[in-house]
Design a protein around this ligand. Structure first.
Ligand code: ADP
Ligand code: MG
Length: 255
């Protein structure tokens, strides 16, 4: 059994008086797909923000690839192999799909995303190589037909795939997906499930937040359930589905 890739050790985050995350501990193994679920406001996005380094923890420790990353911000964590997407679509609207993915290629080396488009550093040969890599990723996420379109001109489901492609371009060991299926129809969710499994096949671990239980149950090997910022359950999909506390807090309601 290899060492876990990501370890959260009693992580907490306060926003003023609000305890968004309380004493959260769990881990993600290399190439594992783990789901993070829970009602709205239960601290899922905050957890992703803490893991990615978008926000600092209030207390507790986060280790990635055997190193404490507590003191590192997001731009230092990306080159270590930690990449994320956002709950709300976050792409540069003016950029083409290709240019957007190229920003991800450049963050791999700790460069500013803008340098990808201004083509500041690097030789032409390197640029050609980056473009080849970007096209491969665009193909992998299913956006070849719109590679030259501005990001603002593609559908919101395609923009979500573009965020995943941009994250993959940084050559992550772990990708954090915050509600990747939001706004997708059934067929698009099905394709997304396949894509997530395809990411795993490349040896990349995935931590996925999602409200669509079909998708979560289909792709996740393990699921962590949050309620009011605390972990209330953890287990394989069948255990989570049958857990009374989870049904009570989450699965039994509108979901
Ligand atoms: P989820 O993603 O599970 O819906 P969030 O992590 O977004 O939940 O939010 C958890 C709690 O933290 C909520 O009460 C939310 O209002 C609060 N919260 C999240 N981000 C901030 C912030 N930047 N400032 C203040 N409160 C926040
Ligand atoms: Mg959220």
């Amino acid at each position: 059994m290899s060492e876990p890739l990501l370890v959260l050790n009693r992580v907490s985050k306060n926003f003023g008086g609000v305890q968004a995350v309380k004493g959260l501990s769990f881990s993600v193994n290399p190439s594992e797909i783990v789901g993070l679920i829970g009602p709205n406001g239960s601290g899922k996005s905050t957890s992703v923000n803490l893991i990615s380094g978008t926000l600092p923890v209030t207390s507790g420790g986060i280790e990635f690839a055997g190193r404490s990353v507590n003191h590192l911000n997001i731009s230092a964590r990306v080159p270590m192999g930690l990449a994320r997407t956002f709950q709300t679509t976050s792409v540069f609207p003016e950029f083409s799909v290709l240019d957007q993915v190229l920003t991800g290629c450049h963050t791999r080396y700790g460069l500013s995303p803008i340098s990808a488009v201004l083509r500041l550093p690097g030789s032409r040969a390197e640029e050609t190589q980056q473009r080849r890599k970007a096209h491969k990723i665009i193909d992998f996420v299913g956006l070849s037909d719109v590679a030259d379109q501005p990001a603002s001109a593609i559908s919101s489901a395609q923009q979500r795939l573009l965020m995943i492609g941009t994250a993959l371009a940084s050559e992550p060991k772990l990708v954090l997906l915050d509600e990747p299926a939001a706004g997708m129809v059934a067929k698009e969710r099905k394709d997304l499930s396949r894509l997530i499994l395809g990411i795993q096949e490349q040896g990349i671990a995935v931590l996925v937040i999602e409200h669509h239980m079909g998708l979560i149950m289909e792709v996740c090997e393990r699921i962590v359930v949050l309620n009011f910022g605390q972990k209330i359950a953890e287990g394989v999909p069948a255990e989570i589905r049958a857990n009374p506390a989870v049904i009570d807090a989450y699965l039994g309601g509108a979901h």
